[in-house]
Design a binder for this molecule. Structure first.
Ligand SMILES: [Zn+2]
Ligand SMILES: [Zn+2]
Length: 775
């Protein structure tokens, strides 16, 4: 009988996900000899046996993998048969170049959940059960290779029963690094706000009793602490808001299961599927009118961020029939990083939480919950964090090792090497030392995890960003080249890279704020970008929203009525007329001061931002003069139009002015007519929802028109949509549908955020193209 021996090098997510026991079982079933071992690039397998058996093995290897595994490639090599008998799992070998790494955290699997709820199981109600198909990974890991001594489970010595499971290749817990049981594993306890332990037979039940009595609990989870209250208790939710000093920002709500989610939200099939995906993201879905959730959970918007339990401790909370829905919001003050350490949580949250449900399995990486929504019929990542980090996002071309630091708000950095970018978790706003510390901590960890030593550093063009000055210092210390990428260019590049587009593309970058090449604040941009030209760092600006004043600069972001005043003034309206003053909800004196600031160009930068135009319109139409969180006004404007039909004609018109493409003079898109039409509707008593709808239609029709004009001048047929405004479902839908009607090929973000969370990925792509062109 002819014996064949083959060697496979398998790349992808194949470590820490039960891949070796899967292969072991496969080899036994096919009666093959050989071995499997983790290596720093993935796993290596050698297999020996009769030809048809080896072929069957190879086929099943790629088609039957365990649930959390993802095979990117299998390199096959023929070897000489050795006559080896039996199949072995060999020890991990460290060293060399790492291209795999640590898997992402995964929600409790169905098998573990069954055990958790089975009174006869030895892990009945044990809050830390897990197996190779589920459990924490990234957040408990210090270093690679992903083995127990490198995780925060190192200090727990497995009991004989756990060790036997861990050693048995046919067991679901074979090499499950966080394997534990009530005898040998972590434990949970309840602590009062003063730090003293609250004695109780069952800390979980004691915690539930307090929640049901309206208390605020800090509950240690997978990527950090949550602050939790009974989501059906209006007074409790309000107390949480008062203590957190956050009044408007929507809070996420966790419910028992899919049926419970259906009871609070009108879920589409795709939304149900998203809720059940392994990362268990928060999904923004339409709230039911009679859902029983306190109004103050998500004031002013018709959506609710809902998600399902993903850790055994959370499942246990919902085993109590009294618990219907829990607010589960990241335990932090405003935009500072989520608390992970027991002492840190006590210190930072003592004035917020009434009690703490803690445990002694250390969280080593902070990681917020991920947020997704169904946008234009497909899932969109709004916040990429737990369950997605550190999974690689492919790049369309090879990059040298580099670091892209991202932007300022909602920062996410990216490390890249070869064909992959590794984006960090959502790090929050880089506005102070705490934010920067989190950035440094996460960077050190990811560099170590993937053994990436950057050879270039990429940053935003904004000279004032903390990320920019940090990048400059860091690169100087290491003598590395620096590459600056314009904000909206990076947004479009991210969308192009995600879809593997290199050639000329029209980019509609509709965004909040980003620093422009002329020193002004951009954000309503029609760009022409490409990776394949002689100068990939360069882009053309075909058109942009006309500049309007932002009286008071940053203050105009927090106070949209200022933005409205600037926009109305730029549109040629008399802002001191009683009508406008009433619309702004301001005092005549305040209006006079701001008008003078604009005329004298005092602390009044100019902006072409689309997000700020949304803010201005929301201030006038909804009276949203001041916001409590970023983009609140724009979100409420979208919400206001949620029940309007899409087909509202072309909406309020915006005019294209003064472009001269052959001379590379960008066209300006003036909103003057828009304001006149909108004010006329207000005077005529047209409903606010209809006005909000016509505004969306006008913006979409205008940018579709701008894309057509770009095509007439350049012949480009591809359009990439990016920027924070593309989180807006109505706008995304209207743009894509309208552009396709005009024969464009339209590309939207799917695995990278269209908002500033996607910037670093785009920065990495542009830098890669620049470096490739230089070499
Ligand atoms: Zn499991
Ligand atoms: Zn044990």
């Amino acid at each position: 009988m002819l014996l064949l021996r083959e060697r496979y090098e398998v790349r992808g997510v194949v470590q820490g996900v039960g891949f070796r026991p899967f292969v072991y079982r496969l080899a036994l079933e096919e009666g093959l000899a050989g071995f499997i071992g983790n290596d720093t690039g993935g796993v290596t397998i050698e297999i020996e046996g009769p030809e048809e058996r080896v072929e069957a093995f190879r086929c099943r290897l790629e088609s039957e993998g365990p649930p959390l595994a993802r095979i990117d490639s299998v390199a096959v090599r023929s070897m000489h048969a050795t006559g080896e008998a039996g199949f072995r799992i060999v020890a991990s070998a460290a060293g060399g170049h790492v291209s795999t790494g640590i898997p992402a955290d995964a929600a409790t699997c169905a098998d573990c959940l069954r055990e958790l709820l089975d009174p006869s199981d030895r892990r009945y109600r044990y809050p830390f059960l897990n197996c190779t198909n589920c459990g924490p990974r990234y957040t408990i890991t210090r270093s690679i290779p992903y083995d127990r001594p490198q995780t925060s489970m190192a200090r727990f010595t497995m009991c004989a029963a756990c060790q036997a499971e861990y050693d048995d290749p046919t067991n679901r817990r074979f090499h499950a690094q966080p394997n534990a049981c009530p005898v040998c594993g972590p434990r949970v306890w309840l602590v009062a706000a003063d730090g003293t332990e609250i004695p109780s037979g069952d800390p979980v039940t004691a915690a539930i009793d307090r929640l049901m009595a309206g208390a605020i609990l800090a509950i240690k989870g997978i990527g950090g602490f949550h602050l939790s209250v009974d989501a059906t208790n209006e007074a409790a939710v309000m107390r949480l808001r008062e203590r957190k000093h956050r009044y408007g920002k929507p809070l996420a709500v966790m419910v028992r299961d899919l049926d419970a989610a259906r009871a609070v939200c009108e879920l589409k099939g795709e939304e149900e599927a998203l809720l059940l995906t392994v990362p268990r993201p928060i999904v923004l879905a339409r709230r039911r009118a009679d859902c029983g959730i306190a109004d103050s959970v998500a004031p002013g918007i018709p959506w609710l961020g809902v998600f399902l339990p993903y850790a055994p401790l959370q499942h246990l909370l919902f085993t109590d029939v009294r618990v219907k829905a829990l607010v589960m919001t990241s335990a932090n003050l405003s935009e500072e990083p989520i608390a992970i350490d027991n002492d840190e949580a006590l210190a930072r949250l003592e004035h917020i939480a009434d009690a703490f449900l803690m445990h002694d399995r250390e969280i080593l990486q902070r990681c917020d919950d991920s947020v997704m929504a169904l946008v234009d019929g497909a899932p969109q990542l709004i916040r990429r964090a737990r369950g997605f980090v550190p999974l690689a996002v492919p790049l369309p071309f090879d990059v040298p090792p580099l670091l892209a630091v991202g932007g300022h708000l909602k920062n996410v950095f990216a490390l890249a090497r070869g064909r992959f970018a590794y984006q960090s978790q959502h790090l929050g706003d880089l506005e102070n030392v705490t934010g920067l510390d989190f950035f440094r901590e996460a960077l050190a960890h990811l560099m170590h995890t993937f053994e990436i030593e950057p050879e270039a550093v990429v940053h935003d063009m904004h000279p004032g960003y903390l990320s920019t000055s940090w990048a400059k210092e860091w690169a100087a210390e290491r003598n590395l080249p620096l590459i600056a990428v314009q904000h909206h260019h990076a947004h479009i590049a991210a969308c192009m890279a995600e879809h593997g587009i290199a050639g000329p593309t029209i980019g509609l970058s509709l965004d909040g704020t980003g620093y422009g090449t002329d020193g002004r604040i951009w954000g309503g941009e029609v760009l022409i970008c490409r990776f394949d030209g002689p100068d990939p760092g360069h882009f053309e600006r075909f058109a942009h929203l006309d500049y309007v004043p932002m009286p008071g600069g940053e203050a105009a972001i927090r106070e949209p009525w200022r933005m409205a005043l600037g926009a109305l003034h730029a549109a040629g309206l008399d802002v001191e007329s009683p009508e406008v003053i009433a619309l702004l909800g301001a005092k005549p004196q305040e209006v006079r001061v701001l008008k003078r600031m604009i005329e004298r160009e005092l602390n009044t930068p100019l902006t072409s931002s689309c997000g700020r135009l949304f803010d201005a319109v929301a201030a006038v139409v909804l009276g949203r003069g001041v916001v409590d969180y970023e983009a609140q006004a724009a979100i409420e404007l979208e919400a206001c139009a949620v029940d309007e039909p899409d087909d509202l004609g072309s909406g309020y018109p915006l005019e294209m002015q003064d472009g001269n493409w052959p001379a590379r003079v960008p066209a300006r898109i003036s909103p003057s007519l828009l304001w006149r039409g909108l004010l006329e509707d207000l005077r005529a008593g047209v409903g606010k929802s209809r006005i909000a709808g016509r505004f969306h239609s006008g913006i979409a029709a205008t940018f579709i028109g701008a894309a057509k004009l770009t095509r007439e001048n350049t012949g480009i047929e591809k359009v990439a949509l990016s920027g924070g405004c593309l989180h807006n479902r109505r706008l995304a839908r209207l743009l894509r549908a309208g552009l396709e009607d005009e024969g464009f090929q339209v590309f939207e973000h799917r695995s990278v955020s269209p908002g500033d969370g996607g910037l670093s990925y785009g920065q990495a792509a542009v830098a890669a193209a620049i470096l490739a062109a230089r070499s």
